[in-house]
Design a protein around this ligand. Structure first.
Ligand code: GLC
Ligand code: CA
Length: 559
């Protein structure tokens, strides 16, 4: 196999001359749930460092680590109390620095998560605001209420987690929080806020961090008049966008950040921006702004060849128009796991990310089907030009843990929705590493505490240990996919669509073809091609079964 791909590897060594982030595969580490070194049931830096060899063997280029800063954990660390330190239950700043060095030694870059839209209510700035120290409230968004006695919120904005986006202090003033009440929104009109974040970027860049994932990058600046939103929904296709989101003024912030990144070599930003469409997304990717932005339509696309193709075309043309690579993502810590998403009836159009949780409750998942599709999707994602993000546990084929009892749930969505939206805990369950029962090697054998979210009793076949070396396992497939991706493609070879039945997706890229059958019946593969990798059994005699993908090479590629 390795011989057959030599010719691709021999072509101009673009991989060496282009910036690393244009083709990188980035693995998302949800540190709370990755590996627990000290037995308190919570993932930490000791655990993460012990798994670096695993990550190196998987074949990734970088890790993105969810917020590791000191936090009261009102929103699993997205409520940051101090942006220049490390959460004590995860470890120390020294351990964080050691981790960056060790990762680099293994050829793995490190991307941190920066949370600029809000701080924790425990942050010294908000504490000063609560004490009403001079000027302290100006860093946040404080307003008097409406109505008699000012007991109505200043406008009608809703928190992303449910309920009003405003909370009232004893003194009578209201403050804005687009997420939990413990996450007050910063005032990005304030020059001190801007200066502080540029300084935080430098603090971590100086420690060798290779980039930042920007949390709710489409937030930050608001329409200064704070008008009612009325019918306008965040991210909706309105000509008149929601006044809290995707405001033009935010781009000036990112021009400043790009200038900071440019003071260093090879650094990257990736935006989490849930905006109305790829046209809006591309505005964040202009050459003097952010390098990359998650392509969420990819994970919102139903398992249908035509829908997925439309998403790919749109993403490639919009990112391409501003010279940015597309950034493919199938899953993350905010959305139901891929296996479960593909395990139920598929809608006709792009969906809201919380749709499965509410709409599908009650519909039994067919997890075997979901796993077949998720394996096929792994081949598809890796065959596309640009960068790819893999959320921890996807390489093990883990499903969403839907059976978590209410009393163990921790996502603020669960509480703020009045217990109607189960929230995101189901994709955050600690990783099973080994052994036949919980905690499956997540915590050391003598652990004092249970894992912070309980793991299912049936995960023994899904541990890393159980899958290691098994030729049919998810993990083996991911390792093959990532190794071959490096060999088969050098940089941004374009996607050329092939004629197919409408449920089938097929394209050629640099002498390789990727075929994905999203339909219910077999489809025919072209003759005379050599099979490089298939996502499942039955790819024989020119036939590609339903819910299966394959990579084929053209004969001249075989020399
Ligand atoms: C982003 C994060 C999510 C968090 C929210 C508020 O969407 O991915 O986990 O709850 O921002 O910071
Ligand atoms: Ca721990």
């Amino acid at each position: 196999m390795s011989q057959s791909v030599q010719s691709a590897a021999n072509s101009p060594t673009a991989r060496e001359t282009e910036p690393w982030w244009k083709t990188a595969v980035v693995y998302q580490v949800y540190i709370r749930s990755f590996a627990d070194g000290n037995g308190d049931g919570i993932g930490d830096l000791t655990g993460l460092r012990s798994k670096l060899p695993y990550l190196a063997e998987l074949g990734i280029d970088a890790v993105w680590i969810n917020p590791w800063y000191p936090s009261p954990m009102a929103d699993a660390g997205y409520d940051v109390a101090d942006f220049r330190n490390i959460e004590p239950s995860y470890g120390t700043l020294e351990q964080g620095e050691a981790f960056i060095i060790e990762a680099h030694e293994l050829g793995i870059r490190v991307i941190l998560d920066i949370v600029p839209n809000h701080t924790s209510s425990d942050h010294r700035w908000f504490q000063a605001a609560l004490r009403d120290e001079p000027g302290a409230r100006d860093r946040y968004i404080f307003r008097p209420g409406r109505g008699p006695g000012g007991d109505q919120p200043p406008n009608d904005w809703q928190s992303a987690f449910g309920g009003p986006a405003w909370s009232r202090l004893d003194t009578g003033e209201w403050y804005l929080h687009l997420f939990a009440p413990a996450q007050p929104d910063l005032n990005w009109e304030h020059p001190g806020v801007r200066a502080e974040f540029e300084d935080i970027l430098r603090f971590w860049f100086d420690k060798g961090v290779d980039g930042f994932r920007i949390d709710v990058a489409h937030g930050l600046t608001k329409d200064p008049a704070l008008p009612d939103a009325g019918e306008r929904l965040p991210g909706s296709q309105h000509t008149d966008p929601h006044p809290a989101w995707d405001q033009d003024a935010v781009h000036e912030v990112y021009r400043g950040w790009r200038a900071v990144a440019n003071e260093y070599a090879d650094r990257v930003f990736v935006a989490e921006a849930w905006v109305a469409n790829n046209d809006r997304l591309a505005r964040y990717l202009r050459p003097d702004e952010l390098h990359t932005a998650f392509q969420f339509d990819f994970l919102r696309a139903p398992w249908r060849g035509e829908s997925i193709r439309a998403v790919i075309d749109d993403a490639l043309s919009q990112a391409g128009a501003v010279g940015a690579p597309a950034t493919w993502v199938l899953s993350n810590h905010d959305v139901p796991r891929t296996v479960t998403r593909y395990s139920r009836s598929q809608p006709d159009h792009l969906v809201e990310t919380d749709w499965e949780r509410s709409r599908w409750a009650g519909e039994q998942p067919d997890l075997a089907l979901g796993r077949r599709r998720a394996r096929a999707a792994a081949l598809l994602q890796a065959a596309l030009p640009g960068t790819a993000y893999i959320y921890q546990g996807e390489e093990l084929g883990l499903e969403e843990v839907e059976e978590l009892p209410g009393e163990v749930r921790q996502d603020p969505t669960w509480f703020q929705s009045g217990f109607t939206d189960v929230g995101r805990d189901g994709c955050r369950v600690p990783i099973p590493w080994s052994n036949d029962e919980a905690p499956y090697g997540f915590s050391p054998p003598d652990a004092e505490k249970d894992t912070w979210l309980p793991q299912p009793g049936h995960w023994a076949p899904h541990t890393v240990q159980a899958q290691h070396g098994d030729p049919g396992s998810f993990l083996t497939l991911y390792r093959q996919v990532l190794a071959l991706r490096r060999q088969l493609w050098t940089t941004d070879e374009p996607v050329e669509w092939l004629e197919t039945p409408h449920d089938v997706l097929a394209f050629a890229r640099g002498g390789v073809q990727c075929w994905v059958n999203t339909g219910a019946t077999d489809t025919e593969l072209p003759a005379g091609m050599r099979r490089v990798l298939a996502s499942g059994p039955g790819v024989t005699g020119g036939v590609l079964p339903a819910d299966t993908a394959v990579w084929l090479t053209e004969p001249e590629h075989d020399r």
